[in-house]
Design a binder for this molecule. Sequence first.
Ligand SMILES: *Cc1c(COP(=O)(O)O)cnc(C)c1O
Length: 371
Amino acid sequence: MSVTFFDLVDQYVSIADEVHEAIGRVLSTQTFIMGPEVAALEEELGQYVGADHAVAVASGTDALLLPLKALEADPGAEVIIPAFTFFATAGAVWNAGLRPVFCDVDPRTYNVTAETIAPHVTERTVAIVPVHLYGQMAEMSGIMELARAHGAFVLEDCAQSIGADSPEGRAGSVGDAGSFSFFPTKNLGGFGDGGLTTFSDSLVADRVRKMRVHGGKKMYHHEMVGTNSRLDALQAAVLRVKLHHLDEWIQARRGNADRYADLLADVGEISLPFVADGHTHAYNQFTIRAERRDELRAFLTERGIGSGVYYPLGLHLQDCFSSLGYRPGDLPVTESLTSDVLSLPIFPELGEERVSRVAEAVREFYGYSSE
Ligand SMILES: *Cc1c(COP(=O)(O)O)cnc(C)c1O
């Protein structure tokens, strides 16, 4: 039995009727740009996240870029972000005309903490972007305290963590803003690209709402230079259907994770995802740290088992940021994670049999008997 890293087909089949009905509703009105589906999605997601304002945009990348631009900071002002994240977090800072300042992460949660951020705060710091990596939120209380003390804006990158909870609240409801991605493999995935930013305050939200339609509220009257970053009505209609199932799908991801944890508990060569106190993990990825990671991965591939490496190179060491002057050794936790993390299949429809198959292969690789 082969096990693909992810598979969106079973999920689609399970909701095909509902999705076709929603798409039909949009087709019958021929309202493809913005309109009531997008407004309804914003309302529903704002409620789900627990944020007062929500603005849908064209991608998760724009959901980071637009609020950063809307800060209207001086060019070259600094934004502290983890080096251990998807490229978009850094690309958005750069494309907003700001300077990415990379910090390290905690070796157990893989997330930034107040302690890893603090050494990088300067009088030029305008924002901090904690990334809630793999489906678990960063420890926000310390981060918020640090940010408030320095007047820095906090934009949570929730692309991988919709539905994750923490003692401080749900992903996207704790900072000044939270950005989400609807890329198809995210926990709430559309049938193409899409994104959304939540805000606790209307000031930046209103600017972003204008920026996504070329910088004006009234057609052909532009208060600022914006862009086209609208979410398609068709995507909004599909996402509204999927939102009804999101909690049940996250629950299924957790079931898979619990099963992996049972089956792999005695394998000393790996460490399992660590769930911090009071947190619920949304498991967009199930990421272990593994000795001989690349050999393990090749072994799994040979047996028809998909896996992923998120991420193989720290952002501070990417060629495109060489002008920032980082060197190997600058962020040691990130650099060790890039050589030992491995993500195993975790999608909701995976099921017990396939989880067992993957776990058995991992056990076999390290010479453990199967259960
Ligand atoms: C997916 C992702 C993004 C970007 O989202 P897109 O919709 O692909 O533009 C940003 N940050 C993180 C951490 C992501 O995983």
